[in-house]
Design a protein around this ligand. Sequence first.
Ligand SMILES: [Zn+2]
Length: 329
Amino acid sequence: MFLQHIPASDIFQTDIPKLPMGKYAHIVLLRETNSFALFQTDGELNLGRVSLGRKSENQRPASRIVLFKRKQSTPERLTGRELLRRYGIVTACEYNSSDFCKKCPDCIYYGFAIGDKGSERSKVLVDSAFSITGYDTSHQQFTFNAPYENGTMSEGGKMKTSLGEQDYVLPQVYFPAVVTIKDPTEAEFIYVLNNILRTRRYGAQNTRTGTVQNLVAAIVFADGEIFSNLQLCQATYDILTPEQRAKSPLLREDVQNAVTTVIPSLLQEDGVVFRLLTGDTLEALLQETLQLTSDESRLRAVLTQANAETLRYAESFGIESKVAKSTKK
Ligand SMILES: [Zn+2]
């Protein structure tokens, strides 16, 4: 046992189960941009046209900035993989290739697919997140010069005309987002939470322009799925007062209070059995996690245990296990 501040002794699996067993850990986040972020695909900022809120008076549609699933999960995976290498726990596993090792915590928790050779389902579920504020007030377009190496726009008497344009997300824009872990073991829960807490750079694949701070608003242990990112975003919008919504940027405290207020009623709608951690109980668990993950020997112990568990799972149920081979015949 690594954590003391958990609400019950049976919220984690002791081993990664072969089949889904109905234990869920949902980490409810507010992802806050801390700089000018590029959340783009093919040079375009990703937008989604959705209703502002859920209440009847807030049904009118607006364009919100979308933070796609992979834009969230990829940097978090890479954080975990970096740590596994840093402490020499995983040495041969190549991300997004046919040389995925198929047995390390990254491969088993987050899943992989290798052409027709098989796949491992992801146990960490992430979905597109929407900005609380609309596109209009959440972005800024910058025109930039692409100068010659001499630092000017002219060379040999020729003027360079190549100006670039980029659409950036402003700092202090909020994206409510739920990260769900299905049937987590304790080590897996810590591994995934640590990845979320440590990851700072999201956005465009090549530069990862855009620092983001992940504020944990709640952790929900439940026996099923809970509300979507869009529902959480719209419910948060509904509960912010017109004065609060008019502020640009939104006040972090207003947003945090709004999110914490709407979570219990959203959970009631979900009709699941749940244990909700907010406020002091959440803070205690987060502090305990941070103490653990900032202590080299304890972090190493968590990673080692996570790796032992995923290796055991891969040997028993993975795509190269005896079970998989016998069912293929
Ligand atoms: Zn691997």
